[in-house]
Design a protein around this ligand. Structure first.
Ligand code: AMP
Ligand code: MG
Length: 410
């Protein structure tokens, strides 16, 4: 058996990089950017007023009480028709270009219009002094034209869409999405919409793995449930191998039971196995192989084992395949609020609920019956893990945490 880190390296070292394509901006959410986004103009493109107020010359208003002639108005989207001269002001709106001559904007709330003798020549009284640069965002201060705003390898989020739109990128270059076949095995497994007989189990892994592929940016194809029969197992895997998929994810049939046929079928179909067992709990029977550029993952059937091994090995591979620079979850640490035990000689991942405390992250252990306990796993937003030589951890101890995708949703 190899360690989790060794198995991860064995997988990640064999991940090819997918081709690129362009997509419409609106369809680029969650896609991995493959060409840097470069600013086509200075941001902001002009000296921008950050307030509704008056564009003035700071030298005219060192203290409160300055009275200035108002010579015009600049709305957002309009270019100033004139400059601001000495003892002059122009009404200006948030987002409008600051006119020549002006070097500050005073908020409208700090001004009042003066009673003027002559109609058509309004004056404004400034109720506060003004300093140069006040309430102006200088041209290019956010970014200069030509600089990289979003690096390749970033997975595009809503905030990135704002940047792409700002610089006119309507068709970003992204990675193709990995195409992934999901095959579930097991005589006892029936679809979730089928009434199970007393000894049957509803298919938890199919829906979970299809969703996990989607979350990792892939396009999943549902190959359904295959019974524990060597020929049928071989046939389904052969069909998926011939389907041009980037990865094949199998659930079940990788243990040492009399009806576990996946590993043998993979060998017969020319899949080279690189990992056949991992020092991890849950998930020790995890299998990984390749045929050509196709990655083949055999996940144990226990639903928590399947989800944990997907997290540890499949998700990083799918992200790396897309050129994502962050394909591993960040390593965190937290303080345990209750004891945890590791009764295996493997790295043991245990469900916890992490929350923020005054002294940092706290991890509340979730009672679990083990690798079949989908409910306990669904309550977790992270997994705490104990190394093989750490048989227990007590309340108050610090433990490493592996955040799950629900981690940020607390
Ligand atoms: P296996 O890895 O095939 O030996 O399965 C291990 C355990 O996981 C057994 O108790 C199976 O009934 C259960 N199991 C396997 N596949 C699924 C599935 N798709 N959904 C729910 N439970 C499963
Ligand atoms: Mg089985």
């Amino acid at each position: 058996m190899i360690s989790v880190d060794e198995a991860q390296a064995a997988v990640l070292g064999r991940v090819p990089t997918l081709a690129m394509e362009t997509v419409a901006l609106g369809a680029s959410l969650s896609r991995v950017l493959r060409a840097p986004i470069v600013s086509d103009r200075d941001l902001p493109p002009f000296n921008r007023s950050a307030m509704d107020g008056f564009a003035v010359r700071a030298a005219d208003a060192p203290g409160a009480g300055a009275r200035l002639r108002v010579t015009g108005e600049i709305r957002a989207g309009a270019w100033p028709e004139r400059a601001v001269g000495a003892r002059e002001a122009m009404r200006i709106m948030t987002g409008a270009p600051v006119p020549e001559g002006a070097d500050a904007v005073i908020q409208v709330e700090r001004t009042k219009m003066a009673e003027t003798a002559r109609v058509g020549e309004p004056e404004v009284v400034l109720e506060a002094g003004v300093t140069a640069g006040q309430n102006i965002v200088p041209r290019g201060s956010e970014a200069k034209a030509g600089v990289v705003l979003v690096r390749e390898g970033i997975r595009i989020g809503a905030a990135h869409l704002a940047v792409l739109a700002s610089v006119g990128v309507i068709e970003p270059v992204v990675s193709q999405r990995p195409r992934v076949a999901v095959i579930v095995t097991g005589d006892e497994i029936v679809g979730p919409g089928t009434r199970p007989s007393a000894a049957q189990i509803r298919n938890a892994n199919g829906p979970a793995l299809l969703a996990a592929v989607h979350e990792a940016g892939g396009v999943a194809s549902d190959f359904g449930i295959v019974s524990d029969d060597p020929a049928k197992t071989r046939e389904a895997i052969a069909r998926s191998l011939g389907g041009g998929y980037d990865a094949i994810v199998l659930s079940g049939g990788v243990s040492a039971g009399d009806f576990d046929f996946v590993e043998a079928a993979l060998g017969e179909l020319g899949v080279t196995l690189h990992v056949t067992a991992v020092r991890v709990k849950p998930g020790a029977p995890f299998v990984f192989g390749t045929r050509g550029a196709t990655l083949v993952f055999g996940l144990p059937g226990n639903p928590v084992s399947a989800q944990v091994t997907f997290e540890l090995f499949v998700r990083p591979a799918l992200l790396k395949m897309q050129g994502a620079s962050a394909f591993l979850r960040p390593g965190l640490e937290g303080i345990l609020d209750g004891p945890l035990n590791n009764r295996s000689n493997r790295r043991n991942y245990l469900p916890v609920l992490v929350s923020r405390g005054e002294d940092g992250l706290h991890a509340q252990p979730i009672r679990t019956q083990g690798s079949g306990d989908t409910v306990a796993h669904s309550l977790a937003n992270a997994l705490a893990f104990l190394e093989p030589d750490r048989t227990s951890a007590a309340a108050g101890d610090r433990v490493p945490l592996y955040p799950l995708s629900s981690f940020l949703e607390v």
